[in-house]
Design a protein around this ligand. Structure first.
Ligand code: ME8
Length: 681
């Protein structure tokens, strides 16, 4: 009998000292796509993620906030869980390193190591430089040194520690890389790792005396475990290591260990490809099958990172897309962009404009448009029933052959951008086929009925296959298309091995979808994301300050308070006079105004408010020419927190009414003479 196929994959466990950004979400989204794909290939998948909750940086972050480390990690792990839920991540296991089962697993691992390879661990004095931000031993000398990852000065550590005899594993590790050349991927990363090991390995300290916030060393509780020994063990504790009757393993561990894939970012490769296999060898445990190190998501050419503050958060992207498109498309938009734009394994740049542009071009105009057109034609010409084809069409072969290559050559090898590119080639092919056959032209002529059947059957069948192949990347939209094609159940349950041309049955009742990916206006969405992003950066203002309230603060500085009041979520709640008094309104006189390159709606307006001239960005370019504004009296909200749009700062907001169905802005002004700076109340 064939052995049941299982696949165990992990993300790193995330530092719980701050909230995740799009770079952190990248690893999780990639793994989610792999997990979904593997399930569609018949694997029982275990997918682990979690939070890394010990270490000095957690201790210090909590101290800064005046709360305990336990409170901090409790709060932050929830932010991670909520984000994964929002992003539709289907992890099966979530491990927290502060859980008792994890502590037991770490202690079990070290006990087991001491039993099986007693000389692997010893006690000695440690003096060296350590980076508390990256939890990295920067140098083994007390001389000042900067961290290789973040560049900040490393701290001096001098204490007695437990050491792991990594130096004894040099030959074994080199043999591992030789015998299993795909243990580390991509191959250029394996070469880096090999060179590092060939240069000689030093023993590593795996305990700390100076820290309290960690897992106590068994029978020597003055020491706590070094965070990387602790964190790496989560890959096993998360599936039950240390929980079984024999102290070593529960049934899930027995079933899923060793892991098939540890997906990580490139900066933590040494911990995974050098330390981790050595720790496991010393404990006589099987090694994972593969470590895959992906590249970084860059923001303005630098690594997106919380310590540098150059970050984009996923929540505003997903929520703003859903809101502006009026449909559940944000998740798919973000996943598509990350998996398509970044060549997997390499660094990739993140740009909000590119994300929205790709959405409009590839999702709205591409897949969404194809689905709507094909289904609408079947509804009109065949009373919503899939027609019976007479023969194979010219796209049959193309679709059938792509099916195999997209799965085996791309998805199987984690080449997402190539997989997605080829699915979109199929879409282009079907589009071209429709343009060539022009079913809308022959529909009225009974002579062409057989050809019309063939064309629309082929287009619908191609759409079904495209939906299935794109599902790991676009789980929401493809499920909707699947349902509209009259296919029962969850697309996630489809087995790709059974996917073949001809599976769509003639006579199946279809439904026309609402727009699968409604088009969005780049600038409007970009501004909305920026406003939500500002609310995350500046939570105090979002919670109560002027212009506050995430859902309604969007047009701040865009000159359209009237639109703000009507925005979804504003509701009809009454405010008190004190609430109103919080908003400082003043008369302004426009000194000059100019357009902003590549922003159709925005004008940069310099406005005199009595004691200063303010720069305000206003979303009025469609209604006013910059030169017509000079000398105009306007109403300015002057105590709004500054915010950036299109890289430019806006320091206030111009009040405007929103006229007609298209919401054209009309600026508030005064008929009488009035001095700039006068209060409006
Ligand atoms: O490293 N682009 O946690 P972490 C792509 N706790 N990936 C990024 C990224 C970016 N800009 N920024 C972060 C840790 N990541 C340890 C792991 S595992 C036993 C312990 C990725 O929160 C990063 O590469 O700093 C890593 O894969 C993940 O986010 C967690 O990073």
């Amino acid at each position: 009998m064939e052995k049941p196929k299982k696949f165990y994959l992990t993300t790193p466990i995330y530092y719980a000292n701050s909230r995740p950004h799009a770079g952190s979400a990248y690893t999780t989204i990639v793994c989610d796509a792999i997990a979904r794909y593997k399930r569609m290939r018949g694997y029982e998948v275990a997918y682990l993620t979690g939070t890394d909750e010990h270490g000095v940086n957690i201790e210090r972050a909590a101290e800064k906030l005046g709360i305990s480390p336990a409170e901090l990690v409790d709060r932050n792990q929830k932010i991670f869980r909520d984000l994964w839920k929002l992003l539709g991540i289907q992890q099966t296991h979530f491990i927290r390193t502060t859980s008792t089962e994890h502590a037991r697993a770490v202690q079990t691992l070290v006990r087991r190591t001491l039993r099986r390879t007693p000389h692997a661990i010893y006690k000695a004095k440690y003096e060296g430089r350590y980076c508390i931000y990256d939890n990295l031993y920067v140098s083994d000398s007390p001389e000042p040194a900067n961290c290789q990852i973040c560049g900040r000065p490393a701290e001096l550590i001098s204490e007695e520690n437990y050491f792991f005899r990594l130096s004894a594993y040099q030959d074994k590790l080199l043999a591992l890389y030789r015998e299993r050349p795909d243990f580390v991927e991509p191959d250029f990363r394996l070469n880096e790792v090999k060179s590092f090991v060939e240069a000689g390995l030093k023993d590593v300290s795996i305990s700390r005396k100076s820290i309290k916030w960690g897992i106590p060393w068994p029978d020597d509780p003055e020491h706590v475990f070094y965070v990387w020994y602790d964190a790496l063990t989560s890959y096993m504790s998360g599936i039950g290591f240390g929980q079984g009757a024999d102290g070593d393993a529960g049934p899930e561990f027995k079933k899923f260990w060793p892991a098939d894939l540890h997906m990580i970012g490139k900066e933590i490769i040494r911990f995974h490809a050098v330390y981790w296999p050595a720790f496991l060898m010393a404990a006589e445990l099987p090694l994972p099958d593969k470590i895959f190190a992906h590249g970084w998501l860059l923001f303005e050419q630098e690594k997106m990172s919380k310590s540098k503050g150059n970050i984009a958060h996923p929540e505003p992207i997903v929520k703003a897309f859903d809101e502006i498109a009026g449909a559940n498309v944000g998740n798919d938009a973000l996943r598509y962009y990350l998996l398509r734009e970044v060549v997997f394994g390499q660094d990739g740049n993140f740009s909000r404009e590119a994300l929205i542009t790709r959405y409009n071009a590839d999702l709205a105009n591409g897949l969404g448009n194809l689905a709507s057109r094909v289904l609408a034609m079947i509804e009109s010409y065949f009373e919503s029933r899939v027609p019976e084809p007479t023969s194979d069409s010219s796209i049959t072969k193309f679709v059938s052959s792509s099916l195999e290559s997209i799965a085996r050559e791309h998805y199987d090898r984690y080449r997402f951008s190539a997989a997605v590119r080829d699915v979109w080639r199929l879409i282009a092919q079907v589009d071209a086929y429709l343009v060539q056959e022009q079913p809308w032209k022959i529909a009225g002529d009974p002579v062409h009925r057989p050809r019309l059947r063939e064309v629309l059957y082929s287009a619908a069948e191609a759409l079904r296959i495209i939906a299935a192949l794109a599902h790991p990347v676009l789980p929401d939209a493809t499920q909707q298309i699947w349902r509209c094609l009259g296919q029962p159940g969850r697309l996630a349950d489809l087995q790709l091995d059974s996917l073949a041309w001809g599976g769509l049955k003639a006579g199946t009742r279809i439904t026309k979808p609402d727009a699968v990916f409604p088009r969005v206006e780049v600038e409007e969405l970009s501004e909305r994301i920026e406003a939500m992003e500002n609310d995350i950066r500046n939570p105090a203002a979002a919670a109560g300050g002027p212009g506050a309230g995430a859902p309604t603060a969007a047009p701040a500085g865009t000159g359209s308070a009237a639109t703000t009041a009507a925005a979804p979520g504003a509701g009809n709640a009454k405010i008190t006079i004190d609430d109103f008094a919080k908003v400082e309104l003043r008369v302004g006189v426009v000194k000059s105004a100019e357009r902003i390159p590549n922003a159709d709606k925005l004008l940069k307006v310099f406005v005199d408010i009595g004691d200063e001239v303010r720069q305000v960005l206003a979303g009025i370019a469609m209604a006013y020419a910059p030169e017509d504004l000079v000398g105009r009296k306007v109403v300015v909200v002057t105590n709004l927190a500054p915010r950036k749009m299109r890289g430019q700062e806006s320091n206030g907001m111009l009040l405007a009414a929103s006229a007609g169905a298209d919401g054209k802005p009309v600026l508030c002004t005064f008929a009488e003479e009035i001095a700039p700076g006068s209060k409006v109340k």
